[in-house]
Design a protein. Structure first.
Length: 417
C-alpha cells in the first residue's frame, strides 16, 4: 500500500484486485516452493535479519518481509558409511565434521563447506595427514604398520589436510611436476640417466636402474620434499666421481664393481631419508660423441664375436671330451668282458680236466684186479683214446695219416731169385 506502506500477502486460490493505492512488489504472482523429502530452503526475514530453515515434504509461502537466500531450494546431504559433511557455523566461524548417519540439513547459521568421501587405503598405500597445529600423522593400509588412532579408513578431520609432495619426473629429473598424495610402500623401480667422463676424456651417457622402497615416510617428509631429485643427484655425483678415476677400458671391465662400490657407500645417505635401496645397476651406457660411439660399438662387436668363437671352441672341446670319455668307458667294458671270458674259460677247463681225471682214475682203478700192472692199464687207456680219436676223424670226413710207428707196421723188400 503506497499510502500506509503496509505489505499484504494473498495466498491460495482467489482473485485479487489491487486498490488504487496498491502496487505489486514482485511485478507478478509468486509460486509456492514445493519441497521433497531430501530438500530444504533458507528463508530470511528482512525486518529482523533472522534466517529459518524449512525442510522435508512441505509447501512454503513467503511472508510479507521474507526472501529466499543461498540460491533457493537445496539438496540435503546423505551422511552414511561412505560420506561425511564438513559444516561451518557462521556465527562462530568454527568447523565441525558430521559423521552420524542421517539426512543432514544445515541450521540457519550453518554452511556446508565440503562433502567428504571415506578415505580407504590398500595394504600397500599410505597417506600423511597434517593437522591444524602442523603435526604429521601417517596412516598405513597395512595392518602391521598401523598405530593406535590412525586407521586405514577414515574421514579427514576439520582443519586437517592430506600432505602433497611434488616430485621430479623424467629420466633426468628436470621437471618437478609429479604430485604425490598416496604413497606406494611396495618396492619399485626408478630409472634415470646422466653424463659422466672417464679419465681418458671419453664422455659417457649412463642409464641406471634402482630398486627401492620407502621404509619411514615421516622421516622422508621431514628430510626432503623431492625424493627422486635427491636420489638422482646423489647417484649422479657418485658415478661422476668413480668413473673419472678409470679409463674407458677399465670402466667396461669393472662396471659392476663400480656400481657395487657406489651402492655400498650411499647407504647412510638413503637411511637418513627413510628409504632403502635394494639394488643399483647400470643397465646401459653409450658414448656422447658419434665417432667414439662407433668405435665403442666395434669394440663391443669384436668382443661379442670373440666370446662366440670361444663358446664354439668350448662346445667342440666338450664334444671331443665326451667322445673320448665314451671310448674310455667302452675299452673299460671290453677289458671287463675279456676278464670275465677268461675266468669262464678257466672254469670250463678246470671242470673238463677234473671230469677227465675222474674218468682216468675210474678206468685205472677198475682194472686193477684184472690187470695188476699199472703200465699195462695206462697202455690200454691210451689205445682207447686213439680209438676215440679215429671215430671222431671218421665221422668228420677228414684224412688221417699214420706213420709206421703209429700202426706198428714194418716194410720189408724181397728180392726174386
Amino acid at each position: 500500500d503506497s499510502v500506509t506502506g503496509k505489505i499484504i500477502v494473498h495466498r491460495g486460490e482467489k482473485t485479487v484486485f489491487p486498490n488504487p493505492d496498491e502496487d505489486l512488489l514482485d511485478r507478478d504472482k509468486l509460486s509456492a516452493i514445493d519441497l521433497k523429502v531430501d530438500e530444504y530452503v533458507k528463508i530470511e526475514d528482512q525486518t529482523s535479519g533472522e534466517v529459518r530453515v524449512v525442510s522435508g515434504v512441505n509447501r512454503v509461502f513467503l511472508g510479507a518481509n521474507e526472501r529466499i537466500v543461498d540460491g533457493g531450494k537445496q539438496k540435503a546431504v546423505q551422511v552414511d558409511e561412505e560420506h561425511a559433511v564438513l559444516v561451518r557455523d557462521e556465527s562462530t566461524g568454527q568447523l565441525r565434521l558430521i559423521t552420524e548417519r542421517r539426512l543432514f540439513v544445515p541450521g540457519p547459521n550453518e554452511v556446508i563447506e565440503k562433502v567428504q568421501s571415506l578415505i580407504r587405503l590398500a595394504d600397500h598405500e599410505a597417506v600423511i595427514v597434517k593437522d591444524k597445529d602442523g603435526g604429521l600423522a601417517v596412516h598405513y593400509g597395512n595392518p602391521e604398520k598401523q598405530t593406535s588412532g590412525k586407521p586405514r579408513a577414515f574421514f579427514l578431520p576439520p582443519y586437517a589436510e592430506i600432505m602433497q609432495l611434488w616430485w621430479s619426473s623424467g629420466l633426468r629429473r628436470q621437471k618437478r611436476d609429479l604430485c604425490i598424495e598416496r604413497f606406494d610402500t611396495r618396492p619399485q623401480y626408478m630409472w634415470f640417466e646422466f653424463d659422466c667422463r672417464t679419465s681418458d676424456n671419453v664422455e659417457l651417457v649412463l642409464e641406471v636402474t634402482m630398486f627401492w622402497e620407502a621404509t619411514d615416510l615421516e622421516k622422508m617428509v621431514r628430510t626432503t620434499g623431492n625424493l627422486p631429485g635427491d636420489v638422482y643427484n646423489q647417484a649422479r655425483s657418485q658415478f661422476i666421481k668413480h668413473v673419472a678415476r678409470v679409463t674407458l677400458k677399465k670402466f667396461m671391465e669393472d662396471l659392476h664393481s663400480i656400481s657395487k662400490a657406489i651402492f655400498d657407500e650411499d647407504q647412510p645417505f638413503y637411511d637418513t631419508r627413510g628409504v632403502r635401496i635394494n639394488s643399483l645397476e647400470v643397465t646401459r651406457y653409450k658414448c656422447s660423441e658419434k665417432r667414439t660411439s662407433e668405435v665403442l660399438q666395434q669394440i663391443i662387436e669384436e668382443t661379442t664375436n670373440r666370446l662366440n668363437r670361444l663358446s664354439q671352441a668350448e662346445s667342440e672341446n666338450e664334444v671331443k671330451i665326451f667322445r673320448m670319455q665314451g671310448q674310455i668307458e667302452q675299452e673299460k667294458l671290453n677289458g671287463e668282458l675279456l676278464e670275465i671270458q677268461q675266468e669262464h674259460s678257466q672254469s670250463e677247463a678246470r671242470v673238463a680236466g677234473a671230469a677227465e681225471a675222474e674218468r682216468v682214475a675210474a678206468f685205472v682203478n677198475g682194472l686193477e684186479k684184472d690187470v695188476p700192472k699199472l703200465e699195462d692199464r695206462i697202455m690200454m687207456w691210451q689205445v682207447l683214446r686213439k680209438t676215440d680219436a679215429l671215430s671222431v676223424v671218421a665221422e668228420g670226413g677228414g684224412n688221417l695219416y699214420y706213420t709206421p710207428n703209429d700202426v706198428d707196421l714194418s716194410i720189408r723188400t724181397e728180392s726174386k731169385a
